[in-house]
Design a protein around this ligand. Structure first.
Ligand SMILES: [Mg+2]
Length: 379
């Protein structure tokens, strides 16, 4: 039986041709920590962590010695070993992202060792292709932002996306004007979601809900601080727009707090941060028990996108009926060479859907030469 021989972390980074920002900070480059777990007979799996890449790398190096020599098929047991060593210091946060990156790599490896795709390990896919929504419509410093956002949204619709998510968080008045312009530009051709990245107070969020309630918004994502569970509960009770959140939440106990507060209509765990495949299965079970819809947050390389694809291919909407809408997966459309050029295949939507890989593991490969070009110290 193969044993785990190496756990390596690689930080890859690429400067952006054009910086962009959202309500919290500006992006000038994309940087991600990848993980490769290799067995003593030379087989390997890939993972990635969502969070500050150098900190994720330190976390991976912290956990790695705990699983060297372990059985790569024992994903749950290895997860427990790592979590037990980390929980005194980081029940939530970036150490969980490091654990997630290793867990995802182990699931990729396990699928390859057993000769089955990850969605088979998860219990089997419910659909051959997954509906994706376009995430874009960030802010820039150029003139005519509103017109630029409207044109960008039209571009996604013309590319076949049936749903588009835009940023808000500049301020209630400016946001409402931008949302209205985007909705007017795309008409009824696509769903439209808004995301403030926890930019607002409860009063501001309610004001924005009132300002855009005739714009047919499918969800208002992260309206409030992720710590303001009571605020979420009140907003959700008073908002005509469904409330989404959870990309800053970690571990099943964190999500238990979110669900217990009846904070969200749609929960958005990032599988590469919340605890990997091992933990998101528990989070999905909890979401199911609370009748909360799940659509993963996904904002990394092709590895992270493949992770979301496999997982969401196995998930159904609730409560269950014929002709239910399908769950969505987030598809980042901002400039990101790490997403587009590092992994093969390059995932592309056709009519707003992406096919689920059917080869063993996650179904992605990485060219070591490309890794080096993006700054990874890889042999
Ligand atoms: Mg978001």
């Amino acid at each position: 039986m193969a044993k785990i021989a190496r756990v390596e972390a690689f930080v890859v980074s690429q400067a952006l041709a054009r910086s962009f920002h959202f309500s919290q900070w500006r992006y000038d480059r994309r940087t991600v920590c990848l993980v490769r777990v290799t067995t003593d007979d030379g087989r390997y799996g890939w993972g990635e962590g969502y969070g500050p890449a150098e900190v994720v790398r330190a976390g991976v190096e912290f956990f790695a010695p705990l699983i060297i020599g372990g059985d790569p098929l024992a994903t749950g047991a290895l997860w427990q070993t790592m979590q037990a060593r980390g929980q005194d210091f980081a029940r939530r946060g970036v150490l969980l992202a490091a654990l997630s990156a290793i867990d995802v790599a182990l699931w990729d490896l396990k699928g390859k060792l057993l000769g089955v795709p990850v969605h088979v390990l998860l219990g089997g896919k419910r659909r051959e292709a997954v509906s994706v929504y376009a995430t874009g419509l960030y802010f820039d410093d150029g003139p005519h932002l509103t017109e630029r956002l409207a044109a960008e949204a039209v571009g996604y619709v013309e590319a076949g996306f049936r749903a588009v998510k835009m940023k808000v968080g500049l301020g209630v008045e400016a946001d409402a004007a931008n949302v209205r312009a985007v909705r007017t530009a795309i008409g009824g051709r696509a769903k439209l979601m808004i995301d403030s990245n926890h930019a607002f107070s409860l009063r501001e969020a309610l004001e924005l809900v009132r300002g855009v309630q005739d714009c047919d918004i499918s969800w208002f994502e992260e309206p409030l601080s992720p710590d303001d569970y009571e605020g979420y509960r009140e907003l959700r009770a008073r908002s005509s727009i469904p409330i989404a959140g959870g990309e800053c939440e970690y571990g099943v106990a964190g999500f238990h707090q979110l669900f217990g507060a009846r904070a969200v209509d749609i929960v958005q765990p990032d599988i590469c941060a919340c605890g990997g495949f091992t933990e998101v299965q528990r989070i999905a079970a909890l979401a199911r028990a609370h009748f909360v819809h799940l659509t993963p947050h996904c904002w990394g390389t092709g590895i992270g996108f493949a992770v979301g694809l496999h997982f969401i291919s196995t998930v159904d909407m609730l409560p269950g009926r014929m002709n239910l809408p399908e769950p969505f997966l987030e598809m980042d459309r901002t400039e990101n060479a790490l997403r587009d050029e590092l992994t093969v295949p390059r995932f592309q939507p056709v009519d707003g859907r992406v096919n689920v890989p059917v080869v063993p593991g996650l179904g992605i490969e990485i060219d070591p030469a490309r890794l080096r070009e993006f700054g990874a110290n890889v042999s």
